[in-house]
Design a protein around this ligand. Structure first.
Ligand code: H2B
Length: 102
């Protein structure tokens, strides 16, 4: 599938400019961001909303929740790196988070 084509380093750098708060990890194979909420209820509501998006995109986050914090890592496992899909999911997660900002 076209959007599962691995992006090269300069394409990744270009995309990162418009995805604030996301940074590279694991030698450029992963983008990560920590989302913070008021409490567990909001964090889990955010995760539920993101889970529905993930199913829609057929692209799923690696994440960890601890009370009001959600640590997210995105990578396209089948491509061994970052693809268009990771940045699409990142954008949708930022939009979901905006819903909870006071
Ligand atoms: N999510 C992520 N992050 N990477 C993948 O390679 C991936 C996925 N593959 N979600 C999808 C599901 C694949 O297993 C299904 C069959 O399309």
């Amino acid at each position: 599938m076209v959007n599962r084509v691995k992006l090269n380093e300069s394409e990744v750098q270009e995309k990162l400019k418009s995805h604030s708060g996301w940074h590279l990890e694991e030698g450029g194979k992963v983008i990560s961001k920590t989302f913070g909420f008021e409490n567990f209820r909001e964090a889990f509501a955010f995760m539920t909303q993101c889970a529905l998006v993930a199913e829609k995109l057929d692209h799923h986050p690696d994440w960890k929740n601890s009370y009001a914090t959600v640590d997210v890592s995105l990578s396209t496992h089948s491509s061994g790196g970052l693809t268009e899909l990771d940045f699409q999911l990142a954008l949708e997660m930022d939009r979901a988070e905006a819903h909870y900002r006071i």
